[in-house]
Ligand binder design. Structure first.
Ligand code: FAD
Length: 415
């Protein structure tokens, strides 16, 4: 069997892997380099569902992510399909109330911004990115079979697929999600912690308008969030302990709706589920290394965070943009050797610190509010109220949540 040769081979065509491929192809084209990119994906995106209904899986995208998708040329397709911009965010604690002294709220208008971010269907992002990679001459797709074995040669890695296909590459990028085959095949140690929680998702109709506001209430056991959708409904992300999640998943709709309405403190009045529910186990994971000789890890393959602040995809898109920029900054490296560990290490240094910071903040919030330790939670509630009245601190927090702080890749900077 012949061997396909690539400069960069990306395993995983989720939103992060596809965005990385698009950016790499774009940078190489700008530098007039001939550059071959391969993508191995075992589950290509399904076609758009025939109904116009909003799909169940959505992500809160930061403004930085929007910039990256814009830079990648896919934002117009996404925006033309469907996006739900949100203008306000309100976070409060079980023993307080939304808008009380124990809550914190952000308003885009106060920050001089048109919005704080966008709620977008994962399927819409992925299909737009998929369409784009299919139109790129320098990208080839390997969809027939999953990776089975990885071999090291003097100047390349060879990925052997289950069907025997051999793919030779100078750089292997693991973008294959939280259970990354690439990370395991390379033997990269990973620190992991199960939260013993699951996130339940569904879309709901509410008695009162969501007012384009993302609502999040911290209650014992985990946070519950209502993300505003363009059609007037809200997307629920309810993180709760495993046993409670099992019970809620099995509950009939009337009971589930009642409990959800109470959990959200009736902030939008009575809630009525309009979709099936789905649930996801929650864990914290961080690869000890993102790079090494001829490999780099990006997105959930490198790190997994709690969804309480909706940052996983946002961090992954920043990884994708930073890796592409690192390789392109060394224009010669696109041609000479994109697998050079010294160059790859720059990407790791760039992103690992930012990712660690975000993971630490999210884990700290989870412990402070979600672990059910009452004194800590009380302190947290008080802290929220204080921060809400400290304009400069609050502004920094808002910019951070919008992805507008830190060392941003060129693709993520607002023009
Ligand atoms: C309930 C919930 C809510 C969330 N909400 C938000 C949010 O609001 N905002 C946000 O930023 N993030 C959010 N996240 C996190 C976000 O969904 C993930 O961080 C993001 O999807 C990771 O993208 P990825 O491309 O790295 O990985 P994935 O989306 O997991 O994609 C990996 C791809 O690799 C493919 N693959 C896997 N194994 C192989 C293999 N062996 N060979 C070939 N291909 C393979 C898969 O088919 C898939 O296409 C949420 C997560 C959860 C669970």
């Amino acid at each position: 069997m012949s061997v396909a040769e690539h400069d960069v081979l990306i395993v995983g065509g989720g939103m992060v892997g596809l965005t990385c491929a698009i950016l790499l192809a774009q940078f190489a084209k700008d530098a007039a380099r001939s550059f071959s990119i391969g993508i191995v994906e075992t589950s290509p995106p399904a076609p758009a569902p025939p109904s116009a209904d909003i799909e169940l899986r959505v992500s809160a995208l930061s403004r930085a992510s929007r910039m990256i998708l814009q830079f990648s040329g896919i934002w117009p397709t996404i925006a033309a399909t469907r996006i739900s911009p949100y203008q306000r965010m309100c976070v409060w604690q079980a023993d307080g109330a939304a808008g009380s002294a124990r809550s914190i709220s952000f308003d885009a208008a106060e920050l001089g911004e048109p919005n704080l971010g966008y709620i977008v269907e994962n399927g819409v992002i992925r299909r737009a990115a998929w369409e784009r990679v299919n139109a790129l001459d320098s990208v080839s797709l390997h969809l027939a079979s999953a990776p089975a074995e990885l071999r090291e040669e003097a100047d390349a890695l060879v990925l052997i697929l289950e069907n025997g296909e051999r793919l030779r590459t100078r750089l292997l990028v693991g973008a294959d999600g939280v259970r990354s085959w690439v990370r395991q095949a390379l033997g990269v140690p990973t620190r992991e912690r199960e939260y013993g929680q699951r996130a339940i998702i569904a879309h709901v109709e509410s008695e009162r308008s969501h007012r384009k506001t993302a609502w999040q209430r911290f209650i014992a056991g985990g946070p519950v969030a209502l993300l505003p959708l363009d059609d007037g409904r809200s997307s629920v992300v309810w993180s709760c302990p495993d046993a409670m999640a099992t019970e809620l998943m099995a509950a009939d709709q009337r009971i589930f709706d009642q409990r959800l309405t109470l959990a959200t403190d009736q902030v939008l009045g009575s809630l009525t589920t309009t979709t099936p529910r789905a649930d996801f186990p929650l864990s914290l994971a961080h690869a000890e290394r993102y790079t090494g000789r001829r490999y780099a890890l990006i997105g959930d393959a490198a790190h997994r965070v709690h969804p309480l602040a909706g940052q996983g995809a946002n961090l992954g898109l920043l990884d994708a943009a930073a890796l592409a920029e690192t390789l392109a900054a060394q224009q010669a490296s696109l041609v000479v050797d994109p697998g050079d560990p010294v160059i790859l290490r720059r990407y790791e240094r760039w992103r690992k610190g930012d990712n660690l910071l975000t993971m630490g903040v999210l884990d700290g919030l989870h412990r402070l509010f979600g672990a059910g330790w009452v004194p800590a939670a009380r302190l947290g509630g008080l802290g929220m109220g204080i921060v809400d009245r400290l304009a400069p601190v609050k502004r920094r927090l808002a910019l951070y949540a919008m992805g507008g702080s830190g060392d941003l890749p060129v693709a993520a900077r607002s023009s």
